[in-house]
Write a protein that binds this ligand. Structure first.
Ligand code: PHE
Length: 342
């Protein structure tokens, strides 16, 4: 009798391990543990045994029954768990939160300006970040020996041309795309070029080796300084949503004649001076000017017939002004607490 019970137990346990779904489990339960089940039958037949035998076999069979019930419940829980994964969704559970990233403030500003300039008929262009000496300097009227080269601390790439010269640079400004654009599209032309520029700078609150500029170029017949100023005003009013206090100074850039520097009142300190405005109360954000005839010629455009203006907006600096960011190093610092504010 005892052996019979043990055998039955092993058989049931083995079958239990093969069960895959809850209806098979139910069938198995009925077959062995149900009212007419095999184990129940054996337990019933205990009645025919002697009192001594009943005591021993009765205890063993109860133990076996307990053990089997436990195992049944375990298997049941596992199967139900699996089935609920497949088909059942508890819609009352709180949803898993999706963590959204944030756009960098420079990207936000760039998107805004792209909208503003496309509405004025400008196209949006791109250009290589690793640029030739020719487009970065030469074609912008900055010949090899010209002292103006010292205005921009350049990262030269360690690769020499046939003449043994270093002639590839990380572009120091977005201006090389002026000549590329003129060569490709001719005149009349209107376009902006948002993109990164690189300089071998010592880093402080307002200087970084990598920053973002947005070049603007408009070439056509009778384009004058009036057009330049109108577009600049449109730009600044669009960005700040109000009339900005500005000043215009003469500025020297070999690729424009005449050249200007357009400054805005420092929005960090409002005027008295702070590290962001080098204690001057003003921020240089918009160097600009009328395109130098030599540059037009490099672009394949007849400088007798056409004129144009160009500007080189410091997008990084403008983002600092617009959002009141005091330190340029925040942009690429990777601190999420900074980015999550935008
Ligand atoms: N490329 C110049 C700079 O980065 C800025 C500039 C652009 C000036 C266009 C005039 C016209 O310093």
């Amino acid at each position: 009798m005892k052996n019979k019970l043990e055998q039955l137990k092993d058989e049931i346990l083995k079958r239990l391990n093969e069960i895959k779904d809850s209806s098979a489990l139910r069938d198995l339960e009925v077959k062995y543990l149900g009212r007419k089940g095999e184990l129940t039958n054996i337990l019933r037949s205990l009645a025919d045994l002697s009192i001594e035998e009943k005591k021993v076999v009765g205890r063993i069979s109860n133990e076996i029954k307990q053990e089997l019930m436990l195992r049944f419940n375990e298997v049941k829980a596992i199967i139900e768990g699996k089935e609920s994964d497949k088909g059942f969704i508890d819609v009352t559970l709180p949803a898993t939160k999706i963590k959204n990233g944030h756009l960098n403030p420079i990207t936000l500003l760039q998107n805004e300006l792209e909208d503003l300039f496309t509405s004025m008929g400008f196209m949006i262009l791109d250009g290589p970040e690793l640029e030739s000496d020719f487009y970065c300097f030469e074609a912008l009227n900055i010949p090899k020996t010209h002292p103006a080269r010292d205005m921009q601390d350049t990262f030269y790439i360690d690769k020499r041309n046939k003449n043994g010269e270093l002639d590839m640079v990380m572009r120091t400004h977005t201006s090389p795309v002026q000549v590329r654009a003129m060569q490709k599209y001719g005149a009349p032309f209107r376009g902006i070029v948002p993109g990164r520029a690189f300089r071998c700078e010592a880093t402080d609150a307002v200087h970084e080796h990598t920053f973002v500029q947005m070049e603007g170029l408009m070439v056509g017949e009778n384009i004058s300084i009036t057009n330049l100023i109108a577009v600049m005003k449109e730009l600044l009013n669009g960005v700040f949503g109000k009339e900005m206090e500005v000043r215009v100074r003469p500025g020297y850039f070999p690729f424009v004649e005449p050249g200007f520097e357009l400054d805005i009142r420092c929005t960090i300190c409002g005027g008295p001076g702070c590290p962001s405005c080098k204690h001057s109360g003003w921020l240089e954000i918009l160097p600009a000017g009328m395109v130098h005839p030599k540059v037009l010629e490099y672009g394949g455009i007849d400088s007798k017939k056409y004129t144009g203006f160009a500007f080189g907006l410091g997008l990084t600096r403008l983002a600092m002004m617009k959002y009141g960011i005091g330190d340029i190093r925040n942009f690429n610092g990777g601190d999420l607490r900074f980015l999550e504010q935008f």
